[in-house]
Design a protein around this ligand. Structure first.
Ligand code: HEC
Ligand code: HEC
Length: 280
């Protein structure tokens, strides 16, 4: 745990991460967020969902990939009402890799405040029931707005596949893997062959509710818990995250060790003095 925090923060300071972050801000953040669907799909976990060469080709020129008849790209394009993502031919492969690296780390960022349950009140029965069912069957592994230690972020997932595909996958993901579905096979390996529990007991109607909830929640700002106004909230979040980082950082641990050692030395020294005096 300690080490995980340590490494995450170490990587976050790396040159590649910073370059990717800056490039993402300049080129992508107008349409994309890693934790929320805006004009384009939410990008959390995308570097694990799709092969790297596919991502590079799509980011360089999505129109070319769609025109080649790629079924995944076609579904996505249609679900986003055929909005064309601009081409980024001028970005080099290593610049795109840096962006993907930034997305990869940021997908799992230890933002304690990303709250899946944060959403405005809705009076849509399907979404309300879907939320309850999601909490019952899915939250032990999945978040919607970020990646967990062993399962992908689910934001925007309904824009990437047909409903039939999703229902079949959720009921029995291994069946898709065994049938050599290329998407399912890649995802399964990207998540170190963690097997998603079969959900054959869920009726298509229940899964449809869950998917309606995921679709709705994907577009909500989950960095907002609803209790504070947004600016206030973001300030608080920054303070909390700094506290956690400090707590696990090396500096307090080393100073603690130093204090303990000095006390020990002092005790030994005093004992020796005491013995010396007694002997005299
Ligand atoms: C003008 C808005 C816009 C900008 C800017 C933009 N995108 Fe997109 N992006 C989209 C849309 C819309 C889609 C959905 C597919 C489509 O409609 O072609 C998409 C899809 C994607 C996908 C596929 C995601 C998936 O769900 O499989 C990736 C990856 C992606 N964008 C990465 C990027 C990166 C990286 C940048 C910056 C270099 C970027 N995009 C800039 C609008 C944009
Ligand atoms: C035991 C942990 C676990 C549980 C519980 C679980 N999942 Fe998963 N899920 C995973 C893992 C791991 C993957 C990655 C792929 C795989 O296992 O083949 C995944 C993949 C997915 C995908 C494909 C994601 C993508 O990006 O294309 C969807 C959709 C999904 N799960 C939905 C659900 C829903 C809905 C529930 C609750 C009804 C659920 N999962 C419960 C572990 C879990």
């Amino acid at each position: 745990m300690l080490q995980a925090w340590g490494t995450l923060y170490a990587q976050k300071d790396s040159v590649v991460f910073q370059a990717g972050k800056n490039s993402f801000r300049t080129n992508c953040s107008g349409c994309h967020s890693i934790h929320q669907e805006i004009y384009g799909p939410m990008l959390g976990s995308i570097s694990k969902k799709r092969p790297e060469d596919w991502l590079i080709a799509f980011i360089k020129n999505s129109r070319k990939v769609i025109r080649s008849g790629d079924p995944y790209a076609t579904t996505l394009f249609n679900k986003f009402n055929q909005q064309q993502m601009p081409a980024f031919e001028h970005l080099s492969e290593s610049e795109i890799k840096a962006i993907l690296y930034y997305i990869e780390l940021e997908s799992k960022q230890p933002n304690l405040f990303l709250n899946d349950a944060a959403m405005p009140a809705v009076n849509n029965t399907s979404i309300i029931e879907g939320k309850l069912a999601f909490q019952e069957h899915c939250t032990m592994c999945h978040f919607i707005h970020k990646e967990s230690d062993f399962a992908p972020a689910l934001g925007s997932v309904t824009k990437r596949h047909s409903r039939e595909w999703l229902i079949a996958f959720i009921q029995n993901s291994q069946k898709k893997v065994k049938a050599n579905d290329p998407y399912a096979v890649h995802l399964y390996h990207a998540f170190d062959q963690h097997v998603m529990t079969t959900m054959l007991f869920l009726e298509p109607k229940e899964i449809t509710d869950i998917l309606n909830y995921i679709e709705f929640a994907s577009t909500q700002d989950a960095a907002y818990t609803g209790k504070l106004n947004k600016d206030e909230y973001r300030k608080q979040a920054a303070i909390e995250i700094r506290k956690v980082t400090m707590k696990y950082s090396v500096i307090p641990l080393t100073s603690l060790a130093l204090i303990v050692f000095s006390l020990l030395f002092l005790l030994i020294f005093l004992y020796q003095v005491y013995r010396f005096v007694i002997l005299l």
